[in-house]
Design a protein around this ligand. Structure first.
Ligand SMILES: *Cc1c(COP(=O)(O)O)cnc(C)c1O
Length: 471
């Protein structure tokens, strides 16, 4: 492609994206298509000859777009948000334009130094201790795997990477922990059955006394407790594990404390939500995702560690072809995680933080929390709805309950969810809490306003009437 065509389509695509933002609400949040429908429209063999960008763009609009789920839609209330923003997108264009590999300082000095600086900003923004150093990972799952591996290495005197695990090592997390922790334990070589799921209380937060009991029990059996993963903002209900008592236990038994705050970490921008970090001085590693609730395009996961030496010792490699004369003076982020090649992800974070200002991001987060609180009140005040978990942040867990038998409620709520999502105007997801089927409304899309939350509530109430009259 010549530069002239590149320029022409570049302008056109930005216009397309700007119009997409303006018309997002006109799309159904989720496409209603049969599995395989997109695949059918795509030729089995790649083109041998050049195809026109005009034609490719046309096919994007005709084939791909109708099969997309619109995560930036104002009616997006599913899972957790993955919000993007104009400054983040603009930075991604520059990143793609330069196409740099940011594996060591020398392969892009500015990328390495900007990453160091911006992660320092983030650390201050959410109130992490001064000594913690940060690095961008692709996802919280990867960051947590890094934490598990570092914890394993430290607990075995840095021998487990090379020699394997000689005696069984255990990991602890609440029964509400994210599936990524299970995956991490599974692939980090801890072996089957060495993840302890600790009981939660009525608010779905880990019970520290149960944690200590489990640690002591394992110790008596000759097992070694290596890592506790505390969650700030669980995926099902944004429950917050109590960091201070958990940290005291970790410090008493010499256990690595990792914090998974993938979604909720952003809320620590707000002074009024900082209390969830009480006990942070005990924490060895901490991850949160600016790619969820902080206006930064996927992927951008911020991983902070107290002892960067432990992280580097776990991951460093020194092949001849990657040695440089400045290795002693600089940060080579290839040694801070699993990837060698790394995208320049600090740029979008820098653009977002500067473009919105910390206060601008705070005000979005505050507004989302206000909207969730509003929805919570509507649920509480309505006779056929029931709140199913506390609402510390911007996620509301609730269900329809018209007094029918408990065993019939799950089915009724499943039908309600399908019926509401079928409208295409909003999208909610579900979970189970203590065995009960629960609907989740997660506010966090950049484009969501009060009117959209109201609309969601009206739809839910009106569809629930249908369910009531059917039975
Ligand atoms: C979303 C989420 C994850 C997984 O995040 P990825 O970046 O997709 O790996 C992990 N833990 C919690 C609590 C989450 O909400």
């Amino acid at each position: 492609m010549d530069n002239k065509t590149f320029r022409k389509f570049g302008h056109e695509f930005i216009d397309w994206a700007a119009e997409y933002f303006e018309h997002l609400r006109d799309y159904p949040v989720c496409p209603s298509i049969q599995p395989g429908r997109i695949l059918q429209q795509l030729p089995e063999n790649p083109p041998e000859e050049h195809e026109d960008m005009g034609k490719i763009f046309h096919d994007f609009k005709e084939i791909i777009l109708p099969g997309m789920t619109h995560w930036q839609h104002p009616g997006w209330f599913g899972y957790f948000p993955a919000n993007n923003s104009p400054p983040s997108i603009l930075a991604e264009i520059l990143t793609a334009g330069m196409g740099a590999q940011c594996m060591v300082w020398q392969t892009s000095p500015a990328a390495a130094e900007l990453e160091e600086r911006v992660l320092g900003w983030l650390r201050q923004m959410i109130g992490l201790p001064e000594g913690m150093a940060g690095v961008i990972q692709d996802s919280a799952s990867t960051a947590t795997l890094c934490a598990l591996l570092s914890a394993r290495e430290k607990a075995t005197g840095y021998s487990s990477n090379l020699e394997g695990i000689k005696t069984p090592l255990t990991v602890y997390a609440s029964e509400e922990t994210h599936s990524g922790i299970e995956k991490g334990v599974k692939i980090a070589g801890f072996g089957k059955n060495f993840l302890r799921k600790i009981e939660t209380d009525d608010s779905f937060a880990m019970v520290p006394e149960k944690l200590e009991e489990a640690v002591v029990r394992d110790k008596e059996k000759g097992l070694k407790a290596v890592c506790v993963v505390a969650t700030l903002g669980t995926t099902s209900s944004t429950a917050v594990d109590p960091l201070r008592p958990i940290g005291e236990i970790c410090s008493r038994y010499g256990i690595w404390l990792h914090v998974d705050a993938a979604f909720a970490g952003t809320a620590a921008l707000l002074p009024e939500k900082r209390d969830m970090l009480d006990g942070i001085e005990y924490v060895d590693s901490f991850v949160f995702n600016p790619h969820k609730w902080m206006l930064t395009n996927f992927d951008c996961s911020a991983y902070f560690v107290k002892d960067e030496g432990a992280l580097i010792r776990t991951f460093e490699i020194h092949p001849e072809y990657l040695k440089t004369s400045v290795d002693k003076q600089v940060k080579n982020y290839r040694d801070w995680g699993i990837q060698l090649g790394r995208r320049f992800r600090a740029l979008k974070l820098w653009f977002v933080i500067r473009s919105y200002g910390v206060e601008g991001i705070r005000s979005m987060v505050r507004e989302h929390i206000r909207l969730a609180k509003l929805f919570e009140k509507w649920v509480i005040d309505h006779e056929v709805f029931e709140l199913m978990a506390p609402v510390p942040l911007s996620l509301v867990c609730f269900r329809f309950n018209d007094g029918r038998k408990e065993e019939d409620l799950d089915q009724a709520n499943k039908r309600l969810l399908i019926s509401v999502n079928k409208t295409g105007e909003v999208f909610l997801t579900h979970t189970t809490l203590k065995g009960k089927y629960v609907l989740r409304l997660a506010v966090g899309s950049r484009t969501t306003r009060e009117e959209h939350v109201r609309k969601a509530w009206e739809l839910i109430v009106s569809r629930a009437k249908g369910i009531q009259s059917d039975s």
